[in-house]
Design a protein around this ligand. Structure first.
Ligand SMILES: [Ca+2]
Ligand SMILES: [Ca+2]
Length: 428
């Protein structure tokens, strides 16, 4: 189907034709289609160069109603609040029925959140597999923030952003303050994920029965990288701070961490409940872990073909001295760069650590204005900022005036102060 703006143009020309219609019957016949409400967005053609612009709740609801547009490109141009929506008046984007069904209709297009936020997405569906803002995705979702999403499912797959990522990718997305509950394959961001999940994070609470993870319930073929979860996770079996279960030999979890508490019964891990199989490289976790059987600081259980490298957990905060994989360290060791360098972590391109104060975080997490340790933008940073005030000699040679030239203009002045103020208390 043609894009909405194209369709609207055609309908307008049909309307003009009606003025010259001779027979009332013909008039009726020609004009009827113009009466059908066409889903419209706030502009765009759905292409890469001109994505459909989504700026209102109505625009957003129209996507779920317009399956013919699920191969198109979208861009969110405003924050939107879905408080007035729920399963009664909002359809999930992408459709899943069952494996092999011709009625499966994934979202194959691209949704660019453009750094904007969708607030208060609420959805409950106790009868279908996969519940989330997007039900079934093989396309791309990027740069989208979800705040205070509540998702309730009772079958396979529940995640605030995506129920089933079936190939495709979720990049630079977050779901904070979530409440996600379901049966199996329950994750804070994505219920069941194949493909790529990168540079994304979650916080809030996640609960389910099996394959329950702070970020992803079950990870299939694909890569989860540069991502973290702070969510509190509760389940019965295969329960992990980041991922409940990794399922495939080519499930790769690279450079990730989890700090939420994890509570389960069987196969419970601070990072991953069970690796069955999969590969894990340079990850850590630090949440409290509790369960009955096959409980581990980092990983609850691992089968043959599991390959875990350079990954650590905090033996004190987790209250676990053993793990099916990984190496246990004290809290003091976990807050020292030396510990991680010893297992080849990259503190130039990937990680940052406030020595002795915090666990490692990603360089991409550091907000503008966070000039000095500890993590977050506060008075320590303001002192450094103020010390560089009115410095007109900023450049790469002095690290852009110790980072205070936030817009890299060469001078520390009011525009930098505005950026600093905007980020005040960020990541605290
Ligand atoms: Ca700081
Ligand atoms: Ca400046």
């Amino acid at each position: 189907m043609a894009g909405h703006s194209g369709r609207r143009e055609k309908e307008e020309s049909k309307g003009t034709q009606c003025l010259v219609c001779l027979s009332p019957l013909v008039l009726l016949f020609v004009c009827l289609p113009t009466l059908a409400p066409a889903a419209t967005y706030s502009g765009g053609a759905g292409t890469a160069g001109s994505p459909f612009l989504v700026s209102t709740v109505e625009d957003f609801r129209a996507i779920g109603d317009s399956s013919a547009d699920w191969d198109k490109r979208f861009k969110l141009t405003q924050d939107i609040d879905l408080s007035d929506c729920n399963e009664a008046n909002l359809r999930m984007i992408g459709h899943w029925v069952m494996l092999g069904s011709n009625a499966n209709r994934p979202f194959t297009g691209e949704f660019d959140g453009n750094g904007k936020t969708i607030f208060n997405f609420r959805y409950k569906n106790m009868t279908d597999d996969y519940v989330g803002l997007f039900q079934h995705v093989t396309g791309v979702i990027k740069d989208l923030r979800l705040v205070r999403a509540t998702v309730v499912g009772n079958k396979a797959g529940a995640g605030a952003l995506v129920g089933y990522l079936d190939q495709g990718s979720v990049v630079e997305c977050c779901a904070t303050g979530v409440s996600v509950s379901g049966n199996n394959r329950v994750g804070g961001l994505v219920g069941s994920a194949s493909g790529i999940v990168s540079t994304s994070y979650s916080s809030g609470s996640v609960s389910g029965v099996s394959y329950v993870g702070g970020l992803i319930g079950q990870a299939g073929s694909g890569t989860v990288a540069l991502s973290y979860s702070k969510a509190q996770v509760t389940g019965s079996e295969n329960v992990g701070g980041l991922i409940g279960l990794t399922l495939k030999e080519d499930s790769f979890v690279n450079s990730c961490y989890a700090t939420g508490d994890v509570k389960g019964v069987l196969y419970v891990g601070g990072l991953i409940g069970q690796i069955s199989p999969g590969k894990v490289s340079r990850c850590y976790c630090a949440g409290k872990v509790s369960g009955s059987q096959s409980v581990g600081g980092l990983v609850g259980s691992q089968r043959a073909l599991a390959d875990v490298q350079g990954s650590l957990w905090d033996t004190q905060t987790s209250r676990q001295t053993t793990s099916a994989a990984g190496t246990g360290k004290t809290t003091a060791q976990m807050k020292s760069e030396t510990t991680f360098r010893a297992v080849n972590w990259d503190f130039f391109n990937t990680w940052s650590i406030c020595e002795g104060v915090g666990y490692p975080i990603f360089l991409w997490q550091i907000p503008s204005g966070d000039l000095r340790c500890p993590d977050g933008v506060n008075f320590t940073d303001f002192v450094w900022f103020a010390a560089n005030w009115r410095n007109r000699d900023c450049g790469v040679f002095n690290y852009n005036c110790d980072g205070a030239d936030l817009d890299v203009s060469g001078v520390v002045e009011f525009r930098d102060l505005a950026i600093f103020a905007e980020n005040w208390l960020a990541s605290m």
